[in-house]
Design a protein around this ligand. Sequence first.
Ligand SMILES: [Zn+2]
Length: 266
Amino acid sequence: MKVLIIPLCLLLLLPGCWTAGALQSVSQQTAAEQKVLVQKQASLEQEASEYWAEAAPTVENEPAEALYSPAEGFAVYPLSLELEERIAGNSWQENDFLALEDLHYLTLLHLDFEGSIRQGEMIVHHSLAREVADIFWELYQVGYPIHRVSLVEEFDCDDTASMEANNTSCFNMRLISGTQRPSNHSYGSAVDLNPLQNPYVTASAVRPSREYLERGDARPGMITEGDLCYEAFVSRGWSWGGYWPHPDYQHFEKSVESSSQNRGLK
Ligand SMILES: [Zn+2]
C-alpha cells in the first residue's frame, strides 16, 4: 500500500469541507457549499490521477484486464487463480450457494482520516461489483474519510479483528451473529464501513468500541441518515443496518440472486 500526502495547500483550499461537508446531505447544501464541493472534487480527481501516474501502485493478484473502471485507481476484475487460492478455505468455504466465480475483485482509492490517499481492495459479489466501484469512487470524490480497506484474509478472516483495525470490508463467509444463518457478507453483498465510527450494537455489547455510540454528535466517518455515504448506498437500493433493532451502523446490504443456484448447483 502506498500513500500520497495531499499537499497542505490543497487542504487549505478546502476549509473544513471534506469533513463537515461529507456529513451533510446534498439537499442541505447551499450554493456556496456546492461550489466548494465541485472545486474539491476537481482537486481530488487531479490528485488521484497524479497519484496513479506517479506512484503506479501495483496490486497483488491484480489481473491484467479490468472488467470495469469508473476512474483511474478504481477497477473491477474477475478473481485471479492466485486470489482464488488465497481465499479458498479462508473467507470462502466449500458451500452450496456461492461459487468462486460469483465473486469479483475490486481495487479502489480512498482518503484516510489524515487526508492521505490510500489504496484499498475488496471482494464483492459479481452482480454488485460495478456499483460498489461507483460508490467508492463517489465517496472518494467527496473526500469521505475511510480508515482502511483490506481483505479479511489480513485478519485471518476474524471479523472482530477486522473491526478492531477499523477495516472496511465486504466478503467473508460467516454466520449472522447469534444465529446459524449466513450473513450477507457470505454472498459478498454487504459492506461494513469504518467500524470504529459506526459500531455494531448487540444486546450485550458494542463492537468494536463505544467511542462513537452517541450518534447525535456527527463526526467525520460516521454514517448518519441522509449523509453522502448513506445516500451513495441507499440511492442504489442498498439498506442500512443503522435502522435495525440492534443497530449495525457500519453495515449496508443488498440482496443478490444466487447465480450458483441459477446454474443448477446445489
Ligand atoms: Zn456487516
